[in-house]
Write a protein that binds this ligand. Sequence first.
Ligand code: NYM
Length: 227
Amino acid sequence: MGAVGALVVVEGLDGAGKRTLTDALSTALAARGARVARTAFPRYDDDVHAELVRDALYGRLGDLSGSVHGMTLLFALDRRAAGPLLRADLEAHDVVLVDRYAASAAAYGAARLHQDAAGEFVEWVRELEFGRFGIPVPDHHLLLAVPHAVAADRAAHRERTEAGRERDTYESDGGLQERTGAVYAGLAAASWVAPWTVLDGVAGVDADALAARLLGEEPVSARPAHG
Ligand code: NYM
């Protein structure tokens, strides 16, 4: 690891198991002596969303909920606001694990648009977030890939078992989840913004082996993980 830590992003459908993976990976990295910080987007503990929703209500963001670009901007502004915190975390840690990042905006947004517009949209997200907003660029993406039906089952189970948890409008739209999975696969294949490793979220992930590779004991991108 150099002076600044590695920004490692965990992506996947709602119900793919990102939080479980992030927990296990964080423990495995720490067991190997790495200083690990973690965060997740969107940040529900920040008042930025409430503020933006107010803007939308007063017409300052237009017809927000119906606008893919408007919704994407809202998520992107949350990440822009978190930029200084992320940079500070990167200075003080070896690895910063992030549960969802700009790739979520690219995947979920593109999935809501016509297929012909998807390529242009993901480039718009890249330019907005990493160009204009200048948020830290990830070193690596981990895509926790599961069939959308499996993810939907898990998300539904979580909804039943976690008090107070409700599905967001994305989660309850099966077609959208399926299209989002396809966009994610395309982003990974194109190495969008940074290298991607596709992990098998059904077979399970060997968090310790993954931690070793992330810490540079083996190049992460050289060998995609399978279980
Ligand atoms: N989501 C999340 C986006 O559409 N764009 C983004 O930039 C981010 C960070 O929000 N269905 C969507 C994906 C999810 C929803 O995420 C909330 P979570 O992981 O349930 O908190």
